[in-house]
Unconditional design. Structure first.
Length: 148
C-alpha cells in the first residue's frame, strides 16, 4: 500500500519546490501583491476620519462632522477586502475605496477654499491621513491590477 498519497504531509514543501509553504497554504490569505498595502491604507483612512480635519481659530473640526463618516465606512470595508482571497473582488473594492478616500478630502479642501479662501484655517492631520490613505489605496489597486 502506498502511504505517500494518503499522508497528511504530502502537501508539505518538497525539495523540488522550495517556494511551496510548509503547510500547503499561504500564511496570508493572498489574492495578489498589494493586499497588505490595502490593509495598512484602510487603517489610515479609518483612523484619519476620527482626527481633526480642519483647524480654525474657533476650534478643530473632526471628519466625523462631515465627509469623514463616509471615509470610515470605506476604510472598514477596505480592511475586510484586504482579507479576501479573490483578486478581482479585492481589486474592485480597492478602486472604490481609493476613489472615496481621495475625492472626499479634496472636495472638503476645495469647499473650504471656496467659502473662506486661505485665511484663518489649516488642514488637520486627519484630512492628511485620509488623503494619504487614499493615495496608498490607489497604489495598492495598481499593484493588484499588475498581479496576474
Amino acid at each position: 500500500m502506498d502511504t505517500t498519497l494518503s499522508s497528511p504531509s504530502s502537501a508539505a514543501a518538497t525539495p523540488d519546490d522550495p517556494a511551496a509553504p510548509a503547510t500547503g497554504r499561504p500564511r496570508w490569505p493572498y489574492a495578489g501583491h498589494g493586499q497588505q498595502t490595502l490593509a495598512w491604507a484602510s487603517a489610515l483612512i479609518t483612523i484619519g476620519a476620527f482626527l481633526p480635519w480642519l483647524m480654525t481659530g474657533v476650534g478643530t473640526f473632526t471628519g466625523m462632522r462631515g465627509a469623514g463618516t463616509w471615509t470610515v465606512f470605506a476604510g472598514v470595508i477596505g480592511l475586510g477586502a484586504a482579507l479576501m482571497r479573490r483578486r478581482r473582488l479585492v481589486l474592485i473594492h480597492a478602486a472604490g475605496i481609493a476613489a472615496i478616500a481621495i475625492a472626499l478630502p479634496v472636495w472638503q479642501l476645495l469647499h473650504i477654499i471656496s467659502l473662506v479662501g486661505f485665511q484663518g484655517w489649516l488642514p488637520g492631520i486627519g484630512l492628511i491621513m485620509t488623503l494619504g490613505g487614499g493615495v496608498a489605496t490607489a497604489r495598492a489597486t495598481l499593484e493588484l491590477h499588475a498581479t496576474r
